[in-house]
Design a protein around this ligand. Structure first.
Ligand code: GAR
Length: 288
């Protein structure tokens, strides 16, 4: 439970303890202040007293926790937390449920350079929104990118992804319309493929069907290309089905492999191609 809270609030262990302490002390302070104020009213303890007391503590609670959060160094957390709660009351509409906006979830588990390019590309789009970053690796660079750009992130666990509900409720809650894999190395479960038919795409750092399949990802692909003395490589953007790197190809772009190229230098060439094309291909697909 504590792990889940840490991930949910994106805080470390010490902050979590201070946050829980703030909740406890803030709650007690608000209950105490509520009773003192009720005593001033001379209302007899009964149904009316209870109703008024509940209303009073509801109003006092944000003030109490904010007050307690200051000495405990958690003011910024609680300012945001309370802001979110008030936001829910002032608008029942989730930003992501605007029917004219296409909400994308990017699934990534690496450095996230492709995710960063895609986020940047759509940052001023009124029609396409990067609404969620889904990641399976704690500490992955893409999580920092999500935090720095203010995009919500979801850290997923293997068990729930493959044997549970595959996080479908979370995707639905965020009104996700389209899924973009950008360096995500787990196979996509049937359940998600069924829920998002022809709405999940992947980028692969080679010219599929060559150098695809299980175990063929990132540096392994480039090493295999170099070892086989290929003279060209490239990128493939394709629909995702139940097999690795198997769905219909949407787009490919090539680059030359020099005899001096190493897996590292080839990776750089491939990343340049990916960054130049992936956001544009997504935009074209979604404009159709
Ligand atoms: C990209 O090169 C992508 O093509 C590759 O992982 C890299 C992620 O880089 N994906 C695969 O190999 C999938 N089989 P990034 O984290 O910097 O975007």
């Amino acid at each position: 439970m504590f792990e889940k809270l840490k991930q949910h609030w994106k805080v470390n262990g010490l902050s979590l303890i201070l946050i829980i302490t703030t909740f406890a002390l803030g709650g007690s302070l608000c209950g105490y202040a509520g009773r003192k104020l009720m005593a001033l009213t001379n209302i007899d303890k009964g149904a009316l007293w209870v109703v008024l007391y509940i209303l009073l503590v509801t109003l006092l609670w944000p003030l109490s926790v904010l007050l307690v959060s200051i000495p405990l160094g958690q003011f910024n957390f609680f300012k945001k937390y309370i802001g979110k709660i008030l936001g829910r009351f002032s608008s029942t509409k989730n930003n992501n449920t605007d029917e004219f906006v296409i909400n994308i979830a990017i699934f990534a588990s690496g450095a996230g350079s492709n995710a960063a390019q895609i986020i940047q590309h759509f940052s001023s789009s009124a029609k396409i929104k990067i609404a969620l970053i889904v990641c399976n690796k704690p500490g992955a660079g893409v999580l920092n990118i999500a935090a720095n750009t203010g995009i919500p992130s979801l850290l997923i666990e293997k068990e729930q992804f493959f044997k549970g509900d595959s996080y479908l409720p979370e995707l639905q809650k965020n009104a996700i319309d389209f899924i973009v894999l950008a360096g995500f190395l787990w196979k996509i479960p049937k359940r998600l493929i069924k829920a998002y038919p022809k709405k999940i795409i992947n980028i692969h750092p080679a010219l599929l069907p060559k150098y695809g399949g299980k175990g063929m990802f990132g540096q392994h692909v480039h090493e295999a290309v170099i070892n086989n003395k290929e003279t060209e490589s490239g990128i493939s953007i394709h629909y995702v089905d139940e097999l690795y790197d198997n769905g219909a190809v949407i787009f490919q772009a090539k680059c030359i492999v020099d005899e001096n190229d190493t897996a590292e230098s080839l990776a750089k060439k491939i990343h340049l191609l990916e960054h130049a094309h992936y956001p544009k291909v997504i935009a074209e697909l979604l404009q159709k």
